[in-house]
Design a protein around this ligand. Structure first.
Ligand SMILES: [Zn+2]
Length: 346
């Protein structure tokens, strides 16, 4: 068996090759659908927007954190959303933000651990986030919607602006014009071009979940066995179930978020759910992404990644209950190139 770091490097290599192979598919998609899409979501590996909407990799920009909990007042989050929004405005594109939560219809315990499996609290949290987006961006070229993701059949639940809830699994046989009318009803102020691009995602999700349903697959084992503590951004390539706990660099209480994730991983070791002797340890994966090979962006990303690594180590060192974890930690500090999705060690 490969050790943890080798496994992650190989996984990234495979993803990057897949991303590269989708180049022309991505270009075709972008030619037809100009809206920039963001998924604000849980770090849970099951929640994968591109797969669930049959969209080429690299179209949907993810923001991931425990539970998908975000506040637009967080400086780091505000800044990265603003950068993304400015990029879209410069391109003359509209923005569509999915504020998502997830749950499993078959068993509450397969829901979101970040919200202690409480779907109402998760819904409330994404509603609050959507309202924040509305206050800042509404009628400025960015439309935010609240969306639930049912992970057993990988089907979306759309929450309309007036409180109506639509399970896409109930619209399996909807025609494009029926679905389009439904979206206009749910989101009466959504620009026509955004409705058209959302329709493509809705159609993709309906088809994807129909396939999942037909497979009648066994329920994914979600007993927690994560062995990677991932800190930072640029983890689009890391969607393996039960592999990583991802802490985005957004929460002003970043040390608290890292401590929570590290405690969960230590629990996985202590309770025998992961075999550290087989893998050689737990990996602290620190990452920062960059775009473009010229200018300082790549070097700035390297400094960010190094800082996050040092910061996470310090948090773990300072927490007496996490002392046993330190000797088991292997460190992988990387930057990720948005153009290739390749990581490089720094
Ligand atoms: Zn979750």
């Amino acid at each position: 068996m490969k050790n943890g770091i080798e496994y992650l490097l190989a996984l990234n290599k495979r993803h990057s090759a897949l991303f590269d192979a989708m180049h022309s598919e991505r270009a075709q998609y972008r030619a037809l659908h100009k809206t920039e899409i963001a998924f604000i979501k849980c770090m849970d590996g099951r929640v994968h927007g591109a797969v669930m909407t049959r969209t080429p990799l690299g179209i949907i920009q993810p923001w991931r954190n425990l539970g998908g909990m975000f506040d637009i007042g967080w400086f780091g989050f505000a800044q990265s959303i603003k950068e993304w929004f400015d990029y879209a405005v410069n391109q003359g594109h509209d923005c569509l933000v999915f504020a998502t939560y997830h749950f499993a219809k078959g068993d509450r315990e397969r829901g979101c651990r970040g919200f202690h499996y409480d779907i109402d609290v998760a819904r409330e949290s994404t509603k609050k986030l959507k309202d924040q987006f509305d206050r800042v961006f509404r009628r400025r070229g960015l439309y935010a919607i609240q969306c639930g993701i049912e992970t057993d059949e990988e089907s979306f639940v759309l929450h309309g602006d007036a409180g109506e809830t639509v399970y896409l699994s109930d619209h399996d046989r909807g025609t494009d014009s029926e679905l389009s009318m439904m979206l206009c009803r749910l989101y009466p102020n959504m620009p026509h071009g955004v409705v058209k691009d959302l329709l493509r995602l809705v159609r993709g999700n309906i088809e994807h979940s129909r396939v999942i349903r037909a497979m009648n697959r066994p329920v994914i084992d979600v007993e927690h066995r994560e062995w990677v503590l991932a800190v930072g951004r640029g983890f689009d390539w890391l969607h393996e179930v039960n592999t990583a706990l991802i802490v985005g660099p957004y929460d002003p209480n970043l040390d608290g978020a890292i401590r929570t994730a590290a405690t969960l991983i230590k629990g996985n070791i202590d309770e025998g759910r992961i075999d550290v002797s087989a893998r050689g340890g737990v990996v602290l994966l620190s990452s920062a992404p960059y775009r473009g090979l010229t200018g300082p962006a790549r070097f700035l990303a390297a400094e960010k990644a190094k800082f996050l690594n040092a910061f996470a180590l310090e948090v773990i060192r300072e927490a007496p209950e996490l002392h046993d974890l330190l000797p088991r930690l292997e460190e992988l500090t990387v930057t990720m190139d948005y153009n290739t999705r390749q990581i490089g060690r720094v």
